[in-house]
Design a binder for this molecule. Structure first.
Ligand code: ATP
Length: 264
C-alpha cells in the first residue's frame, strides 16, 4: 500500500509544483556569546533529499531545534509548507515529521503502543490510526514486531519505528538528525536508501543532517555547514566540481578543514 502519498484531511497538504516545502532565510542563533548559526539560508523541495552535511559542532542540531520550534530566534525566517513559523506556528509544525538524534521511544511499550500514543497526540482517530500504523509497519518491514516491546528491538529496528512515527501524520517535511548514529553499516545503508525512497516515491521533502559523506547520494541537494555558516550549496556533482575535488569526501575535507571564523 502506498502509505505516504495519499495525504488525508488529517495530514498537512503537500507543497506542489516544486515550490520549496522548507524555506530558511537569514537565520542566526547564539548560545550566550557562542554564535552557533550565522545568516543561514536554505530550501528543501518536495520529493528531494537535502543533505545537511557538517562536522561535529557545525550547528546542525541547533538548526533543527529552530525549525522544530524548540528554540526561537528573532534573526531570520523559517517557513514550512507555506506557513511562517513565527506567525502560524501550529500550521507550520503540523506539516513536520522529525526523527531526533537521540532515541525517543518508550522502551517498555510495544511498537504499536508507541505509535498509537503518538497518533493520539497528533489527533488521528482510532481506526485511521490503526490502519495507518499497520501500513507503515508493513512498509518498514516490521509488521511482525507490532506487539514486541521496543526494548526487545535492535537499534536499527528502533530507528525504523521512529521513522514510521515521524510519517504517521503524513508530513510534507521530514527532518532527520543524524539518523544512522550507532547503526551498523548494512542497517545504515538500508535506512539511507529507504529515506531516499520515501522522498522520491511519496513526494516528501527531506532534510537529513549527517557528518558522513557516504550517506549523501549523487542526486541529492547538498548544504554544507561549517562553524554555523553555509560554505557550499547545490547538487553534489556541482559542489565537487567547484572545489576542484575528485570526490565529495575530498570537497568536504577542503570546505571544512579551515578553522571556522570566530563567531562570538
Ligand atoms: P554534532 O554533529 O556534534 O551533533 P552539530 O552540528 O549538531 O554537532 P550543534 O550541536 O548545533 O552542532 O552545536 C553548534 C555550536 O553550538 C557548537 O559550537 C556547540 O558547542 C554550541 N552549542 C550547542 N549547544 C549548546 C548549548 N546548549 N550551550 C552552549 N553552546 C552550545
Amino acid at each position: 500500500m502506498d502509505v505516504a502519498s495519499s495525504r488525508s484531511a488529517a495530514g498537512a497538504e503537500p507543497a506542489t509544483g516544486g515550490a520549496p516545502t522548507l524555506r530558511v532565510r537569514g537565520l542566526s542563533y547564539a548560545y550566550g556569546k557562542t554564535r552557533a548559526l550565522d545568516d543561514v539560508a536554505l530550501e528543501v523541495r518536495p520529493g528531494r533529499v537535502t543533505a545537511l552535511l557538517g562536522p561535529n559542532g557545525a550547528g546542525k542540531t541547533t538548526l533543527f531545534s529552530l525549525i522544530t520550534g524548540l528554540f526561537d530566534s528573532r534573526q531570520g525566517d523559517i517557513e514550512i509548507a507555506g506557513h511562517a513559523l513565527r506567525k502560524a506556528r501550529s500550521r507550520a509544525l503540523a506539516s513536520l515529521g522529525i526523527v531526533f538524534q537521540a532515541q525517543t521511544l518508550d522502551l517498555d511499550l510495544s511498537v504499536e503502543q508507541n505509535l498509537r500514543y503518538f497518533a493520539g497526540l497528533r489527533g488521528l482517530p482510532g481506526r485511521a490510526a490503526r490502519l495507518r500504523i499497520a501500513a507503515l509497519l508493513a512498509e518498514i518491514g516490521l509488521a511482525d514486531k507490532a506487539k514486541a516491546k521496543v526494548r526487545a528491538l535492535s537499534g536499527g529496528q528502533r530507528r525504523r519505528v521512529e521513522v514510521a512515527r515521524a510519517l504517521l501524520d503524513r508530513p510534507a517535511l521530514l527532518l532527520l538528525d543524524e539518523p544512522s548514529t550507532g547503526l551498523d553499516i548494512a542497517t545504515r545503508r538500508w535506512l539511507v536508501e529507504h529515506i531516499h525512497h520515501l522522498a522520491r516515491g511519496h513526494g516528501i521533502a527531506v532534510l537529513m543532517a549527517t557528518h558522513l559523506t557516504d550517506e549523501v547520494m549523487p542526486e541529492d541537494d547538498l548544504v554544507v555547514l561549517h562553524g554555523g555558516r553555509i560554505v557550499a550549496t547545490g547538487r553534489v556533482e556541482a559542489v565537487v566540481r567547484e572545489n576542484a575535488a575528485a570526490s565529495l569526501d575530498e570537497a568536504f575535507t577542503r570546505l571544512t578543514s579551515a578553522k571556522p571564523e570566530a563567531a562570538s
